[in-house]
Design a binder for this molecule. Structure first.
Ligand code: DAH
Length: 336
Protein backbone atom coordinates (compact mmCIF):
# COMPACT_ATOMS: atom_id res chain seq x y z
CA UNK A 1 0.00 0.00 0.00
CA UNK A 2 2.78 2.39 0.94
CA UNK A 3 4.59 1.56 -2.28
CA UNK A 4 1.40 2.18 -4.25
CA UNK A 5 1.03 5.57 -2.55
CA UNK A 6 4.59 6.55 -3.41
CA UNK A 7 4.15 5.50 -7.02
CA UNK A 8 0.99 7.54 -7.20
CA UNK A 9 2.84 10.52 -5.73
CA UNK A 10 5.60 10.26 -8.31
CA UNK A 11 3.09 10.04 -11.18
CA UNK A 12 1.11 12.96 -9.82
CA UNK A 13 4.22 15.14 -9.42
CA UNK A 14 5.21 14.42 -13.01
CA UNK A 15 1.76 15.39 -14.30
CA UNK A 16 1.67 18.52 -12.18
CA UNK A 17 5.02 19.53 -13.66
CA UNK A 18 3.70 19.01 -17.20
CA UNK A 19 0.43 20.89 -16.69
CA UNK A 20 0.69 23.88 -19.03
CA UNK A 21 -2.26 25.98 -17.88
CA UNK A 22 -4.60 26.33 -14.89
CA UNK A 23 -7.34 24.17 -16.51
CA UNK A 24 -4.99 21.30 -17.07
CA UNK A 25 -3.66 21.65 -13.55
CA UNK A 26 -7.18 21.49 -12.19
CA UNK A 27 -7.79 18.23 -14.09
CA UNK A 28 -4.65 16.78 -12.51
CA UNK A 29 -5.87 17.84 -9.08
CA UNK A 30 -9.27 16.19 -9.56
CA UNK A 31 -7.66 13.03 -10.95
CA UNK A 32 -5.47 12.51 -7.88
CA UNK A 33 -7.02 14.41 -5.00
CA UNK A 34 -10.69 14.45 -6.04
CA UNK A 35 -12.82 13.47 -3.06
CA UNK A 36 -14.78 10.69 -4.77
CA UNK A 37 -12.98 9.63 -7.92
CA UNK A 38 -9.48 10.70 -6.97
CA UNK A 39 -6.80 8.03 -7.16
CA UNK A 40 -5.52 8.78 -3.67
CA UNK A 41 -9.03 8.44 -2.22
CA UNK A 42 -9.55 5.21 -4.11
CA UNK A 43 -6.42 3.78 -2.62
CA UNK A 44 -7.43 4.93 0.86
CA UNK A 45 -10.70 3.07 0.57
CA UNK A 46 -8.64 -0.09 0.56
CA UNK A 47 -7.17 0.78 3.96
CA UNK A 48 -9.74 -1.50 5.52
CA UNK A 49 -8.21 -4.50 3.89
CA UNK A 50 -4.95 -4.00 5.73
CA UNK A 51 -4.15 -5.59 9.04
CA UNK A 52 -4.50 -3.56 12.24
CA UNK A 53 -0.69 -3.28 12.47
CA UNK A 54 -0.21 -2.03 8.92
CA UNK A 55 -3.04 0.49 9.00
CA UNK A 56 -1.51 3.40 11.00
CA UNK A 57 1.65 3.62 8.87
CA UNK A 58 -0.34 3.47 5.62
CA UNK A 59 -2.77 6.11 6.91
CA UNK A 60 0.06 8.42 7.88
CA UNK A 61 1.74 7.95 4.50
CA UNK A 62 -1.54 8.70 2.72
CA UNK A 63 -1.86 11.98 4.63
CA UNK A 64 1.71 12.93 3.83
CA UNK A 65 1.16 12.28 0.12
CA UNK A 66 -2.06 14.32 0.09
CA UNK A 67 -0.33 17.25 1.74
CA UNK A 68 2.71 16.98 -0.52
CA UNK A 69 0.57 16.94 -3.65
CA UNK A 70 -1.56 19.86 -2.45
CA UNK A 71 1.68 21.81 -1.95
CA UNK A 72 3.00 20.87 -5.38
CA UNK A 73 -0.29 21.90 -7.01
CA UNK A 74 -0.22 25.23 -5.21
CA UNK A 75 3.34 25.92 -6.29
CA UNK A 76 2.67 25.01 -9.93
CA UNK A 77 -0.42 27.18 -9.91
CA UNK A 78 1.67 30.14 -8.76
CA UNK A 79 4.28 29.46 -11.46
CA UNK A 80 1.59 29.36 -14.13
CA UNK A 81 -0.01 32.63 -13.11
CA UNK A 82 3.37 34.35 -12.90
CA UNK A 83 4.16 33.10 -16.41
CA UNK A 84 0.77 34.27 -17.67
CA UNK A 85 1.42 37.80 -16.46
CA UNK A 86 4.78 38.03 -18.19
CA UNK A 87 3.71 36.27 -21.39
CA UNK A 88 2.21 38.81 -23.82
CA UNK A 89 0.34 36.07 -25.69
CA UNK A 90 -1.56 35.27 -22.55
CA UNK A 91 -2.51 38.82 -21.65
CA UNK A 92 -6.20 39.49 -22.07
CA UNK A 93 -6.12 42.76 -23.96
CA UNK A 94 -9.90 42.89 -24.12
CA UNK A 95 -10.18 43.52 -20.37
CA UNK A 96 -11.39 47.08 -19.75
CA UNK A 97 -8.53 49.21 -18.44
CA UNK A 98 -8.60 50.57 -14.95
CA UNK A 99 -8.82 54.36 -15.00
CA UNK A 100 -5.55 56.04 -14.10
CA UNK A 101 -5.91 57.81 -10.77
CA UNK A 102 -4.51 61.31 -10.93
CA UNK A 103 -4.03 63.67 -8.04
CA UNK A 104 -4.98 67.31 -8.41
CA UNK A 105 -3.70 70.51 -6.90
CA UNK A 106 -5.83 71.55 -3.93
CA UNK A 107 -8.23 74.39 -4.88
CA UNK A 108 -6.72 76.67 -2.23
CA UNK A 109 -3.19 75.92 -3.46
CA UNK A 110 -4.35 76.68 -7.00
CA UNK A 111 -5.46 80.13 -5.87
CA UNK A 112 -2.14 80.71 -4.08
CA UNK A 113 -0.30 79.66 -7.26
CA UNK A 114 -2.40 81.96 -9.44
CA UNK A 115 -1.87 84.92 -7.10
CA UNK A 116 1.83 84.19 -7.01
CA UNK A 117 2.13 83.93 -10.82
CA UNK A 118 0.56 87.36 -11.27
CA UNK A 119 2.77 89.10 -8.73
CA UNK A 120 5.82 87.27 -10.03
CA UNK A 121 5.21 88.76 -13.44
CA UNK A 122 5.06 92.17 -11.72
CA UNK A 123 8.56 91.69 -10.31
CA UNK A 124 7.82 90.26 -6.86
CA UNK A 125 9.85 87.48 -5.22
CA UNK A 126 8.69 84.91 -2.72
CA UNK A 127 9.45 85.06 1.01
CA UNK A 128 8.62 82.85 3.93
CA UNK A 129 8.75 82.84 7.68
CA UNK A 130 8.16 80.41 10.56
CA UNK A 131 4.69 79.34 11.66
CA UNK A 132 5.85 79.40 15.29
CA UNK A 133 6.80 82.98 16.02
CA UNK A 134 7.02 85.37 18.91
CA UNK A 135 5.18 88.46 20.06
CA UNK A 136 7.74 90.83 18.60
CA UNK A 137 7.23 89.65 15.03
CA UNK A 138 3.54 88.86 15.25
CA UNK A 139 2.48 92.02 17.11
CA UNK A 140 4.96 94.51 18.56
CA UNK A 141 7.10 95.17 15.49
CA UNK A 142 3.87 95.47 13.50
CA UNK A 143 2.88 98.40 15.70
CA UNK A 144 0.30 96.26 17.51
CA UNK A 145 0.49 96.73 21.28
CA UNK A 146 0.11 93.54 23.32
CA UNK A 147 -3.07 94.88 24.89
CA UNK A 148 -4.63 95.05 21.43
CA UNK A 149 -7.54 92.58 21.18
CA UNK A 150 -5.75 90.61 18.45
CA UNK A 151 -2.97 89.72 20.91
CA UNK A 152 -5.49 88.37 23.39
CA UNK A 153 -5.37 84.68 24.27
CA UNK A 154 -8.95 84.55 23.08
CA UNK A 155 -7.74 85.08 19.53
CA UNK A 156 -4.17 83.84 19.41
CA UNK A 157 -2.84 80.34 20.06
CA UNK A 158 0.03 80.70 22.53
CA UNK A 159 2.51 77.83 22.89
CA UNK A 160 4.40 79.37 25.81
CA UNK A 161 4.63 82.87 27.25
CA UNK A 162 5.62 85.11 24.34
CA UNK A 163 5.66 82.21 21.87
CA UNK A 164 2.73 81.63 19.53
CA UNK A 165 1.40 80.22 16.29
CA UNK A 166 1.43 83.22 13.98
CA UNK A 167 -2.04 84.70 13.60
CA UNK A 168 -1.25 86.28 10.21
CA UNK A 169 1.53 86.31 7.61
CA UNK A 170 2.42 89.94 8.36
CA UNK A 171 5.39 88.91 10.59
CA UNK A 172 7.11 87.86 7.35
CA UNK A 173 7.17 91.57 6.47
CA UNK A 174 9.28 92.25 9.56
CA UNK A 175 11.57 89.25 9.09
CA UNK A 176 12.20 90.17 5.47
CA UNK A 177 12.93 93.83 6.18
CA UNK A 178 15.26 92.92 9.06
CA UNK A 179 17.24 90.72 6.71
CA UNK A 180 17.33 92.81 3.53
CA UNK A 181 17.68 96.51 2.78
CA UNK A 182 15.13 98.19 0.47
CA UNK A 183 13.88 97.89 -2.21
CA UNK A 184 11.51 95.08 -1.12
CA UNK A 185 8.88 93.50 -3.29
CA UNK A 186 7.68 90.19 -1.81
CA UNK A 187 4.78 87.77 -1.73
CA UNK A 188 4.63 85.52 1.34
CA UNK A 189 2.04 82.74 1.30
CA UNK A 190 1.65 80.53 4.35
CA UNK A 191 -0.55 79.02 7.02
CA UNK A 192 -1.79 81.07 9.97
CA UNK A 193 -3.63 80.06 13.13
CA UNK A 194 -6.38 81.55 15.26
CA UNK A 195 -8.64 80.47 18.09
CA UNK A 196 -11.67 80.39 15.87
CA UNK A 197 -14.49 77.90 16.02
CA UNK A 198 -14.64 75.58 13.05
CA UNK A 199 -17.68 76.58 10.99
CA UNK A 200 -18.75 77.38 7.44
CA UNK A 201 -16.72 80.61 7.34
CA UNK A 202 -13.92 80.02 9.89
CA UNK A 203 -11.19 77.47 10.32
CA UNK A 204 -8.57 77.61 13.08
CA UNK A 205 -5.81 77.10 10.51
CA UNK A 206 -5.98 78.82 7.16
CA UNK A 207 -3.78 80.14 4.36
CA UNK A 208 -2.89 83.78 3.84
CA UNK A 209 -0.94 85.54 1.13
CA UNK A 210 1.00 88.57 2.29
CA UNK A 211 2.41 91.22 -0.02
CA UNK A 212 4.89 93.99 0.76
CA UNK A 213 6.52 96.72 -1.30
CA UNK A 214 9.03 99.20 0.14
CA UNK A 215 11.17 101.62 -1.81
CA UNK A 216 11.92 105.29 -2.24
CA UNK A 217 9.04 107.22 -3.73
CA UNK A 218 6.39 104.51 -3.40
CA UNK A 219 2.99 106.22 -3.22
CA UNK A 220 -0.68 105.51 -2.70
CA UNK A 221 -1.03 105.60 -6.48
CA UNK A 222 1.37 102.64 -6.86
CA UNK A 223 -0.60 100.85 -4.16
CA UNK A 224 -4.00 101.31 -5.80
CA UNK A 225 -2.78 100.75 -9.34
CA UNK A 226 -0.90 97.53 -8.55
CA UNK A 227 -3.78 95.98 -6.62
CA UNK A 228 -6.28 97.01 -9.29
CA UNK A 229 -4.04 95.46 -11.95
CA UNK A 230 -3.80 92.29 -9.89
CA UNK A 231 -7.58 92.11 -9.51
CA UNK A 232 -8.15 92.55 -13.25
CA UNK A 233 -5.62 89.87 -14.10
CA UNK A 234 -7.08 87.50 -11.52
CA UNK A 235 -10.81 88.04 -12.10
CA UNK A 236 -10.89 89.42 -15.61
CA UNK A 237 -10.55 92.81 -17.34
CA UNK A 238 -14.06 94.00 -16.42
CA UNK A 239 -13.36 93.74 -12.68
CA UNK A 240 -13.94 96.90 -10.64
CA UNK A 241 -11.95 97.59 -7.50
CA UNK A 242 -12.98 99.64 -4.49
CA UNK A 243 -10.80 100.78 -1.57
CA UNK A 244 -12.78 101.21 1.64
CA UNK A 245 -11.18 103.04 4.58
CA UNK A 246 -10.32 100.65 7.39
CA UNK A 247 -7.87 100.24 10.24
CA UNK A 248 -4.86 98.01 10.79
CA UNK A 249 -2.17 98.91 13.34
CA UNK A 250 0.62 98.38 10.78
CA UNK A 251 -0.76 100.49 7.94
CA UNK A 252 -1.72 104.15 7.69
CA UNK A 253 -3.96 104.77 5.89
CA UNK A 254 -5.55 101.31 5.80
CA UNK A 255 -8.07 99.97 3.37
CA UNK A 256 -10.22 96.98 2.75
CA UNK A 257 -10.23 96.11 -0.92
CA UNK A 258 -13.42 94.92 -2.60
CA UNK A 259 -13.94 93.67 -6.13
CA UNK A 260 -17.03 93.60 -8.29
CA UNK A 261 -16.82 91.05 -11.04
CA UNK A 262 -18.60 90.61 -14.32
CA UNK A 263 -19.75 87.05 -14.79
CA UNK A 264 -21.02 85.67 -18.06
CA UNK A 265 -24.09 83.45 -17.63
CA UNK A 266 -24.59 80.32 -19.72
CA UNK A 267 -27.03 82.14 -22.01
CA UNK A 268 -24.36 84.80 -22.64
CA UNK A 269 -25.92 87.46 -20.41
CA UNK A 270 -23.38 89.46 -18.45
CA UNK A 271 -24.05 90.06 -14.80
CA UNK A 272 -22.26 92.06 -12.12
CA UNK A 273 -21.63 90.46 -8.75
CA UNK A 274 -21.97 92.27 -5.43
CA UNK A 275 -18.89 93.94 -3.98
CA UNK A 276 -16.76 91.18 -2.46
CA UNK A 277 -14.07 91.91 0.12
CA UNK A 278 -10.80 90.28 -0.88
CA UNK A 279 -8.05 91.75 1.28
CA UNK A 280 -6.82 94.08 3.96
CA UNK A 281 -4.17 96.50 2.82
CA UNK A 282 -2.63 99.91 3.30
CA UNK A 283 0.43 102.13 3.26
CA UNK A 284 3.06 100.74 5.64
CA UNK A 285 2.96 102.72 8.90
CA UNK A 286 6.27 104.60 9.33
CA UNK A 287 6.50 103.14 12.86
CA UNK A 288 6.86 99.68 11.29
CA UNK A 289 9.71 100.88 9.08
CA UNK A 290 11.40 102.43 12.13
CA UNK A 291 11.05 99.12 14.01
CA UNK A 292 13.17 97.31 11.41
CA UNK A 293 15.72 100.10 11.19
CA UNK A 294 14.61 101.51 7.84
CA UNK A 295 14.71 105.28 7.41
CA UNK A 296 11.00 106.12 7.35
CA UNK A 297 11.76 109.63 6.05
CA UNK A 298 13.31 108.13 2.96
CA UNK A 299 11.28 104.97 2.35
CA UNK A 300 7.57 104.35 1.98
CA UNK A 301 5.66 101.20 1.20
CA UNK A 302 2.36 99.41 0.94
CA UNK A 303 1.20 95.97 1.99
CA UNK A 304 -1.73 93.62 1.81
CA UNK A 305 -2.94 90.35 3.26
CA UNK A 306 -5.52 88.13 1.63
CA UNK A 307 -7.21 84.80 2.33
CA UNK A 308 -6.93 82.42 -0.64
CA UNK A 309 -9.51 80.01 0.83
CA UNK A 310 -12.09 82.78 0.68
CA UNK A 311 -11.06 83.50 -2.87
CA UNK A 312 -11.37 79.79 -3.75
CA UNK A 313 -14.82 79.78 -2.13
CA UNK A 314 -15.96 82.65 -4.34
CA UNK A 315 -14.26 81.28 -7.41
CA UNK A 316 -16.01 77.92 -7.25
CA UNK A 317 -19.27 78.96 -5.59
CA UNK A 318 -18.57 76.74 -2.59
CA UNK A 319 -20.67 77.61 0.47
CA UNK A 320 -18.78 75.94 3.28
CA UNK A 321 -15.06 76.45 3.92
CA UNK A 322 -14.83 73.15 5.76
CA UNK A 323 -15.22 71.24 2.49
CA UNK A 324 -11.72 72.38 1.53
CA UNK A 325 -10.21 70.76 4.61
CA UNK A 326 -12.10 67.50 4.97
CA UNK A 327 -10.17 65.78 2.18
CA UNK A 328 -13.14 64.07 0.58
CA UNK A 329 -11.67 62.99 -2.74
CA UNK A 330 -15.06 63.24 -4.46
CA UNK A 331 -15.06 66.95 -3.61
CA UNK A 332 -11.40 67.71 -4.24
CA UNK A 333 -11.35 65.73 -7.50
CA UNK A 334 -13.67 68.29 -9.12
CA UNK A 335 -11.02 70.99 -9.26
CA UNK A 336 -8.79 69.65 -12.01
N1 DAH B 1 -2.64 90.85 8.73
C1 DAH B 1 -4.01 91.21 8.46
C2 DAH B 1 -4.93 90.12 8.97
O1 DAH B 1 -4.51 89.02 9.15
C3 DAH B 1 -4.24 91.39 6.99
C4 DAH B 1 -3.50 92.57 6.47
C5 DAH B 1 -4.08 93.80 6.45
C6 DAH B 1 -2.20 92.42 6.00
C7 DAH B 1 -3.40 94.90 5.97
C8 DAH B 1 -1.52 93.53 5.51
C9 DAH B 1 -2.14 94.76 5.50
O2 DAH B 1 -0.28 93.42 5.04
O3 DAH B 1 -1.46 95.83 5.00
O4 DAH B 1 -6.08 90.35 9.16
Amino acid sequence: MIDDLRRLEADARAEIGRAADPDELERVRVRYLGRREGLVSALLRQLGRLSREERPAAGAEANRVKKALAGALEERSRELSAAAVSDPDRLDLTLPARGKWRGTIHPVSQVVDDIWQIFRSLGFTRARGPEVDNEWYNFVALNTPLDHPAADEQDTLYLAPGLLLRSHTSPVQIRTMEKYPPPIRIIAPGMVYRRDTYDATHTPAFAQVEGLVVDEGVTFVDFKATLAEFARRFWGPGTQVRFRPSFFPFTEPSAEVDVKRVIVREDGREEETDWIEIMGAGMVDPAVLDNVGYDSERYTGWAFGMGPARVALLRHGVRDLRLFYENDMRFLGQFT
